[in-house]
Design a protein around this ligand. Structure first.
Ligand code: HEC
Ligand code: HEC
Ligand code: HEC
Ligand code: HEC
Length: 511
């Protein structure tokens, strides 16, 4: 019943965001449902206050915020925090457990983001995060620094795994083998295991990685006696493995009432898979949903489960996460990540970016049209946010995750900067915004040749001149897949329709 209602809510949201023509209006303000559409169904309908409630999540893949640039996309820690605040308001004893899979990459930015995400989780009451492959791709030394228990270590003890050992010794206490904590007078026990594929990835045979992964079943056999000796009322396994592995572990260890597993679809089934008496659950990817597990020890079954889609209708901002975001952006600024060699690549053409103004010297009509387009103002969007959001917006102008599509001279697909691409306002203000050369390719050679040609026809090799012109030339029949879609992907531009969008920016002039 509950599941059915949640499904309806999702459908209504789709309707809300799916009315092609109204894309702009839905992105300008916290959406007020149109009068003709009934408001989304309530969540957790019919739930009495549970003895204990757990947020279950995982595989966030780096999405600190809702995925993409569209307000109608679901997710984000801020909305999760706003749900947490509402449930606490109702007096629910609430904690969170995360499967791991926090990040997509392991670059310097991700290390900083990892701390930001985990601080956010800690802030809203998370008690454990499983050591998954994403976490174990970070430098093991960083994991020790972050998760060792001690004074002044806010994330101390949070990382959990029964079968992962760092630096060959469990004595370091990172990760913890398991955790038991009290919630609403009940004891919750939790541990985590990494399956076969993860083990092969983070600790491949014959490679020295400072990470050791042992057999999950043997590891759980070793951990369970101590864990169950603490008599937890509810025992949860964070299973970082395939669905088949998770089911096998559930079967092998009926002590766990709940097994949270990875690898399912982004928008998973809401239905628990029941193995024996154990509920095997999925929470989806990218933080789009949050799973809420209610524990009712005297009821039959003693558990309730609902996956709540974190839409922007029912869930809003959260001041605590605004603070977190602004600290994170400040760190990115201090690190000056746009300059880091880690994300620097040569452009395959060997050419340099000249800037739209330069192109405008000759292509005056194309320039005049572009200057009035949203592309020309894409950088300002990172400074100010959307209309109506300015008051709480945290500037993103030092964030490579945003720069890569909102400035010129980056490769959005790999989030890397081309040599001579945009760096910052002090050195490369002429490349701010989404300019000519993101579509036509870097045009310094073409510019130099045309300038020389203008001055003295004979000074320039015609073949070179024509080759550079040809290199800049695009074809509207192929540009959608080759160029537009690199940025106008499903997440960042869900309403993208080539004909309509191209119609707004086409510029059929050579002068
Ligand atoms: C000094 C003048 C000058 C500058 C600066 C210049 N161009 Fe050109 N560009 C030309 C000329 C002239 C042609 C050839 C036009 C023709 O075939 O009639 C041309 C051709 C092109 C073409 C091919 C048009 C076609 O379909 O044949 C593109 C695209 C183009 N330029 C883009 C750019 C871009 C992008 C920049 C900035 C990086 C730029 N140009 C800078 C003068 C210039
Ligand atoms: C390098 C990334 C990038 C590429 C490539 C790109 N765009 Fe964009 N586009 C953006 C960004 C970023 C915005 C949003 C600008 C803003 O408002 O801040 C945008 C906005 C637009 C808009 C305005 C939409 C609106 O909300 O009114 C149109 C139209 C558009 N793009 C068309 C295209 C077309 C057509 C192509 C391919 C020929 C293309 N874009 C290629 C990044 C890109
Ligand atoms: C993969 C490319 C890409 C990345 C990465 C990206 N954007 Fe965008 N962004 C776009 C495109 C494309 C649009 C235009 C969408 C449309 O109108 O269809 C856009 C639009 C926006 C808008 C709406 C502008 C308006 O006027 O409505 C905001 C705000 C925005 N982006 C912020 C961000 C922030 C913040 C980040 C980093 C967290 C980011 N973007 C990262 C491509 C991207
Ligand atoms: C969003 C991608 C995009 C941006 C930004 C863009 N262009 Fe283009 N441009 C194209 C495409 C695609 C074509 C080819 C159109 C066709 O096949 O009819 C084109 C065509 C041209 C042409 C040839 C026109 C003709 O009719 O032969 C010139 C010149 C040109 N662009 C210059 C520029 C300049 C200068 C800028 C920046 C001020 C710019 N473009 C910005 C995508 C872009």
């Amino acid at each position: 019943m509950i599941r059915h209602q949640v499904h309806c809510a999702a459908v209504i949201l789709l309707l809300l965001s799916g009315c092609g023509g109204c894309s702009r209006s839905t992105t300008t303000a916290p959406v007020a449902p149109a009068a003709t559409v009934s408001p989304p169904n309530p969540y957790l309908e019919g739930w009495e206050k549970p003895a204990a409630a757990l947020f279950l999540s995982g595989e966030q893949f780096g999405y600190l915020e809702p995925c993409g640039c569209s307000l109608t996309q679901s997710g984000g820690l801020a909305r999760r925090a706003s749900l947490e605040a509402m449930l606490r308001e109702k007096g629910w004893p609430l904690a969170g457990l995360d499967l791991g899979g926090t990040l997509k990459r392991a670059r310097r930015q991700d290390q900083v983001k990892f701390e930001a995400i985990l601080s956010g989780l800690k802030e809203i009451g998370y008690q454990a995060v499983g050591a998954g492959t994403a976490e174990l791709h970070l430098p093991p030394g960083d994991l020790l620094r972050l998760f060792s228990e001690g004074d002044g270590i806010p994330l101390g003890g949070l990382l959990v795994s029964a079968n992962v050992t760092l630096f060959d010794t469990p004595d370091l206490g990172v990760p913890q083998r398991f955790r038991v904590f009290e919630l609403g007078g009940k004891k919750i026990g939790v541990t985590s295991v990494l399956g076969r594929k993860g083990a092969e990835e983070v600790a491949p045979d014959g490679v020295q990685t400072n990470i050791k992964v042992t057999d999950p079943i043997a590891a759980l056999d070793a951990v369970l006696p101590t864990l169950t000796a603490e008599k937890p009322d509810l025992l949860v396994l964070l299973a970082h493995g395939s669905t088949d592995e998770a089911k096998a572990w559930a079967q092998h260890f009926p002590q766990f009432q709940v097994v949270l597993t990875t690898g399912g679809p982004e928008d998973p089934s809401e239905k628990p898979t029941v193995v024996g008496e154990t509920w095997v659950l999925e929470a989806g990817h990218k933080g789009k949903h949050i799973g809420v597990l209610g524990f009712y020890p005297d009821a039959k079954p003693p558990l309730k489960w609902e996956l709540i889609q974190l839409d922007n209708v029912r869930f809003q901002n959260d001041l605590r996460m605004d603070v977190l975001m602004s600290n994170y952006q400040q760190q990115l600024k201090d690190l000056d990540l746009a300059r880091s060699d880690e994300i620097l690549v040569p452009h395959p053409s060997g050419d340099k970016f000249a800037g739209a103004k330069v192109c405008g010297e000759c292509h005056t009509k194309a320039y005049a049209k572009w200057e009035k387009s949203k592309h020309a103002h894409a950088f300002e969007t990172l400074v100010k946010g959307r209309k109506g959001q300015e008051a709480t917006w945290v500037s993103r102008i030092y964030d490579p995750d945003c720069l890569c599509c909102h400035v010129t001279g980056w490769d959005p697909e790999n989030v890397v900067r081309f040599e001579s691409g945009y760096l910052d306002q002090a050195s490369t203000a002429h490349l701010a915004g989404q300019q000519c050369e993101n579509c036509h390719g870097p045009g310094q050679k073409h510019t130099d040749l045309e300038r020389a040609f203008k001055k003295d026809l004979k000074s320039v090799d015609r073949d070179m001149l024509n080759a550079a012109r040809a290199a800049a030339k695009l074809n509207s029949a192929t540009v959608e897949a080759k160029v537009c879609k690199n940025c106008h992907d499903y997440e960042n531009s869900p309403k993208f329709e080539f004909k309509k969008y191209w119609g707004e920016i086409h510029h059929p002039w050579k002068d």
